[in-house]
Design a binder for this molecule. Structure first.
Ligand code: ADP
Ligand code: TRP
Length: 323
């Protein structure tokens, strides 16, 4: 059995980019019976940016409901909320005392964010240590992540090595990033990387009318209706191709090439494809979100399973450090 662990921050409602770029690929890992998967909602991490309790609680449930709606088998695996296993905070402190200050100061996610945010708090700075604790607390071997998170996994490895070297024992398991094969960037409605920070995301859980409006807002070039259109670099085509079969994609490509086919038609096809492709997940999600106590109960079971593993690992760490 290989242990995979990954987390998603509760900093918003998962959008199409999160789902295609992170959630679905991680669920595919979990469907391999050889893999033992621990997926969690990083609500402590989200405090670096979100201060509202109601918003965090809503986002935690929304991320959890998405994992479940997209088919994560939380009975065979573990799905939990980071803050339900407080042991992570103890390990964070211990690890922070094995983390060289310049390693955090040079982390590019910190440098990128601290350039843009008005609130540059110390939580944002020590974010990678909490993430290292998330990973090391569960003897994680592989961490499915996108490219932007690789440096954080390297930091976790470096911290684990520093700790192991200090006590001359293999106490902590060194994690390896499992780069998501199709970790291509999903474009947003403006053609740039889809992100909640850029306001260009597609929320697949919107009601039909609002969802159609967002799809219709996708930016296109100004090729006239009667002229043939290029598929390359066209966001509507790209998103359609990610959801459709090869034959359907080839058909749309031929409509683009043939002329007399407007972007409005293509967007209508994309909208219908989204409804069709996500019909079951949307229904399961809205059903779960109407029963928050059911989501909370699933997370509580996950927390118990996670805590058992965490306690074992922490029990290897604390005697060595004299606590
Ligand atoms: P956002 O950019 O909307 O704030 P996050 O940084 O919270 O998204 O990302 C959560 C997960 O979704 C990460 O694993 C990230 O790599 C993935 N992800 C986010 N946006 C995209 C995208 N446009 N394409 C592919 N994957 C994405
Ligand atoms: N930093 C990750 C992100 O923003 C979320 C995260 C927190 C995580 N802890 C983790 C991912 C541990 C993998 C493993 O996407």
């Amino acid at each position: 059995m290989a242990r995979y662990l990954t987390g998603i921050q509760s900093s918003g409602i998962p959008h199409l980019g999160n789902i295609l770029g992170a959630i679905e690929p991680a669920i595919r890992f979990s469907q391999n019976p050889e893999n033992d998967c621990i997926f969690f909602i990083a609500d402590y991490h989200s405090l670096t940016t979100i201060k509202s309790a109601e918003q965090r609680i809503h986002n935690v449930r929304s991320v959890a409901a998405t994992w479940i709606a997209f088919g994560f088998d939380y009975q065979k695996n573990i799905l939990f909320r980071q803050s339900d296993v407080k042991e992570v905070l103890e390990l964070t402190w211990i690890l922070s005392c094995f983390t060289p200050f310049p390693m955090l100061a040079n982390a590019h996610s910190f440098k990128d964010k601290s350039d843009k945010l008005s609130d540059v708090n110390a939580g944002l700075f020590s974010y990678p240590v909490l993430m290292a604790a998330d990973i090391l607390l569960y003897d994680t071997e592989f961490v499915p992540v996108g490219k932007d998170q690789i440096q954080h996994i390297e930091i976790a490895r470096d911290i684990a090595s520093a700790f192991n070297n200090a006590y001359k024992q293999d106490v902590l398991t060194l994690p390896t990033p499992a780069l998501q094969q199709d970790s291509m960037l999903i474009p947003g409605t403006d053609g740039g990387k889809m992100s909640k920070s850029y306001g260009n995301y597609i929320d697949i859980y919107l009601d039909d009318k609002a969802l159609r409006k967002v799809v219709m807002s996708i930016l296109t070039d100004s090729t006239p209706l009667e002229e043939p259109k290029k598929t390359e670099g066209d966001t509507t085509f790209k998103l359609y191709s990610l959801l459709a079969t090869e034959a359907e994609t080839a058909h749309l490509a031929s409509l683009y090439a043939g002329g007399n086919f407007g972007y409005g038609h293509a967007k209508q096809m994309l909208y219908e494809k989204i409804l069709d492709h996500f019909q079951d997940a949307r229904a399961r999600y809205s059903d779960l979100m109407s029963k928050p106590e059911e989501i909370d109960a699933i997370l509580a079971i996950g927390a118990d399973k996670a805590r058992t593993i965490a306690t074992n690992v922490l029990n290897r760490v604390t005697p060595l450090t004299g606590f």
